[in-house]
Ligand binder design. Sequence first.
Ligand SMILES: [Zn+2]
Length: 116
Amino acid sequence: MSQPPLELADIVRCAGSCFVERSRRWITWQHQKVLLAIARCRSAALGGHRDRCSDCGHTAISYNSCGNRHCPRCQANARLRWLQARERELLPTHYVRVVFTLPRELAPNDVDESIP
Ligand SMILES: [Zn+2]
């Protein structure tokens, strides 16, 4: 998988402290913890480990992830698994999305009439 040229972590590292200063009126410590986790995710700040391929012996150093549920890096695999599961539910055909409004006479009786 190729890396995007710019990630949210890059933006947070570059402008995060200015954003926090400008947002002092409403930003909470929880928000700041998320920003800190995103900025530190998969960087030397969280340490790392050496991966070794059992077949060819190739080794590579990987930085640890933050595991924060708001971190797009950490959630990328979960998002990919969810998308793959939805793709397995699709029938082997071409899909077309059609949106239309049913005439009032065909709508169920329990529809809220106050909604225009
Ligand atoms: Zn992360």
